[in-house]
Design a protein around this ligand. Structure first.
Ligand SMILES: Nc1ncnc2c1ncn2[C@@H]1O[C@H](COP(=O)(O)OP(=O)(O)OP(=O)(O)O)[C@@H](O)[C@H]1O
Ligand SMILES: [Mg+2]
Length: 253
């Protein structure tokens, strides 16, 4: 049996307190992600994509339901345990990359290891290994302010990867990039996924970005209503995604 890295069961997220204005952002969501899968989440603005990513990434709590990540149920863990779990098992790529300007590229990449109180030779080895993969070994001593946009992305990808997480979570990672840089970040993610078997979950509303995934989950008003799997080329998948988005658009009219 294949090992699932994420198992989401009947998850519901309601924002707001009882007797106040409540909003049901996620309703009865269930799905699994196998180790090594590159999964996309798509849906209109407000459909619940970020909410779903946030509850899986342990940054926010579910109202009901269960989520297992790498075999651990995260819905019952306390804050301290969650922070430790996050630092150990998950890697994040944010829309604006969130690099710390006062730290060098090396220090930015090493951050997840520092957060686990790791020091010394081990940190150095891990940083150099991912820097090699992402081709940024020559800028490790520089500060984010003086490196290119593409180098910033690869630094963010290296930081998401340095501690061998079970999964990388990315929320609109190409949102702030021009098409060349977007394509190169997506190629990097694809490479990490295919050659290093890293599981990736990526929120995007862009069909081009989504076409790099093997599978897309579609959200509408907090519900998963459809899932498509890539069977042919990326170009074919791209067209299929565009068709699906057009279909979803028609329903709204
Ligand atoms: N903290 C909050 N309190 C109340 N409602 C919220 C909160 N955060 C999000 N929502 C609502 O939940 C719904 C889902 O929000 P979410 O941010 O998950 O959407 P999204 O699919 O990521 O949208 P976008 O594509 O615009 O980023 C929206 O209707 C939003 O207004
Ligand atoms: Mg969002």
């Amino acid at each position: 049996m294949e090992q699932s890295v994420v198992d989401v069961r009947h998850v519901e997220k309601i924002y707001g307190k009882k007797n106040e204005n409540q909003f049901r952002a996620l309703q009865d969501i269930s799905f699994s992600i196998q180790a090594g899968e590159f999964t996309g989440i798509m849906g209109a603005s407000g459909s619940g994509k970020t909410t779903l990513l946030n509850v899986i990434s342990t940054l926010d709590k579910v109202t009901s339901g269960d989520i297992d990540i790498a075999g651990t149920n995260i819905t019952t863990m306390n804050q301290d345990a969650l922070a430790a779990f996050r630092a150990q098992k998950l890697g994040f790529i944010f829309q604006d990359f969130n690099l710390l300007e006062s730290m060098t590229v090396y220090e930015n990449i090493a951050l997840p290891l520092f957060l686990q109180n790791k020091t010394g030779k081990k940190v150095e080895e891990s940083v150099e290994k991912v820097a090699e993969i992402l081709d940024i070994k020559n800028i490790l001593g520089k500060y984010p302010a003086i490196i290119s946009g593409g180098q910033k992305q690869r630094t963010a990808a290296a930081r998401a990867l340095v501690h061998n997480p079970s999964m990388i979570l990315a929320d609109e990672p190409t949102g702030a990039l021009d098409s060349n840089n977007a394509a190169s970040l997506l190629e990097t993610l694809k490479q990490l996924n295919e050659e290093h078997n890293v599981s990736i979950m990526m929120v995007t509303h862009d069909a081009f970005s989504a076409s790099y995934c093997q599978r897309i989950l579609f959200l509408e008003d907090g519900r998963l209503y459809k899932e498509i799997q890539r069977t042919g080329t990326r170009e074919e998948f791209f067209k299929e995604i565009l068709d699906e988005l057009a279909e979803a658009g028609k329903k709204k009219l």
